[in-house]
Design a protein around this ligand. Structure first.
Ligand code: UDP
Ligand code: MG
Length: 350
């Protein structure tokens, strides 16, 4: 560790953001220096294919408070944020997107709330500029839906832009699940939480990496990670079908016996019923599949991410977080691949 341990760690996941990094750095320096406490900026290079890593290295050379974790490939936004939290040293950790959609200036307000004694200060999007109607609508729907069906309170219209006290970070770091939904996990741990409002700006440089399928995946991670409701829907449908069967079957039998003519004629009826029921059945296969795939991920217990290089990140081999493969620069002698992977003790016991 540096002589001056940081009080604040700012964690920014980076995937192809070469045009944004310098501006991000400048704005963060302005805000953080004004706070008058030591800080670090942890940039996680999540498999960028553009010049992002070079930009980061330039910043790191210029200012040793900029520290870099470079993944061996793209592991996804939520995992990149996790790595940042894993290796952060601050008493408070701030997660922020690298594309400047989250204004660094808001950190000041977050810090004020933290100093008042709040453990999580999340940024609430009062307004979102420059997003497509579709994204706004799906985001709205998603937040309302998850809140209804999950057993934790995920604040409406929040992203991952938030400040977390060290205690919260340590608690979230103990949750090593693969399919991660950070904003849900920070709610799940509890503590004193509050929000500050901001207007979300449009992205100026580069483009969003969250396409529809990634958004859907994140939504499914959020829902399956914190709710059994989708699994329980099957029981309601089975009740409805059972009631229908009890009512309909005697009617059909009576009609069949009492009249000469064929009741509920033909294939059309049978086919319709068959199609409706199969559709429900396949839907529930899908739902089951979602949970089973996630169980499979946990059973395989693969590492959450693989670190290829670190720059300026204090590395303590004794303390590599569970489920992480790391090849720290200081430790890896040329051509030796030192991998550190620990299983989480308490997870393997239960
Ligand atoms: N990001 C990442 N890995 C990914 C996708 C995105 O680290 O696989 C980063 C990205 O560089 C940005 C943040 O996560 O800093 C949010 O991504 P993006 O702006 O694409 O999401 P949106 O704001 O559109 O929801
Ligand atoms: Mg963005």
């Amino acid at each position: 560790m540096d002589k001056t341990d940081p009080v604040f760690s700012i964690v920014a996941p980076v995937h192809n953001e070469e045009g944004n990094l310098h501006r991000l750095y400048e704005r963060i320096v302005a805000v953080m220096d004004a706070l008058g406490e030591p800080w670090e900026l942890l940039l996680i290079n999540d498999g960028s294919r553009d010049g992002s890593l070079d930009e980061m290295l330039q910043l790191h050379k210029r200012d040793s408070r900029v520290r870099i974790i470079s993944f061996a490939r793209n592991f996804g936004h939520q995992t990149a944020v996790t790595a940042g939290m894993d290796f952060s040293g601050g008493k408070a950790v701030i997660l922020i997107d690298a594309d400047l959609q989250d204004p660094p200036e808001l950190i000041q307000q977050m810090v004020e709330k933290w100093r008042e004694g709040f453990h999580v200060v999340y940024a609430v999007r009062a307004e979102r500029k420059g997003e497509s109607r579709f994204k706004l609508w799906t985001a709205r729907l998603f937040y309302r839906l998850t809140n209804r069906i999950t057993n934790i309170d995920i604040p409406l219209d929040t992203g991952d832009f938030r400040l977390m006290d060290r205690r919260v970070v340590n608690a979230v770091m103990r949750m090593r699940e693969h399919n991660r939904f950070i904003r849900g996990m920070t709610s799940w741990v509890g503590f004193r939480q509050t929000g500050v409002e901001y207007v979300r700006q449009p992205r100026e440089i580069g483009e969003t990496k969250y396409n529809l399928s990634k958004m859907l995946r994140l939504a499914l991670d959020g829902i399956t990670g914190f709710s059994y409701f989708p699994l329980q829907v099957a029981i309601y449908i089975s009740f409805i079908l059972a009631v229908l069967a009890v009512l309909a079957l005697p009617v059909i039998v009576v009609l069949r016996l009492a009249t000469e003519e064929v009741v509920l004629e033909g294939q059309a009826t049978t086919l319709s019923v068959l199609l409706i029921l199969s559709a429900f059945q396949f839907l529930f296969f899908f739902i089951l599949g979602q949970y089973i795939a996630r169980i499979y991920d946990e059973v395989r217990a693969r590492p959450l991410y693989v670190i290829a290089d670190t720059y300026g990140v204090p590395f303590d081999t004794e303390n590599v977080p569970p489920r992480v493969v790391a090849v720290p620069e200081d430790l890896a002698a040329p051509s030796t691949f030192s991998s550190v992977q620990e299983e989480m003790d308490d997870q393997s016991q239960c």
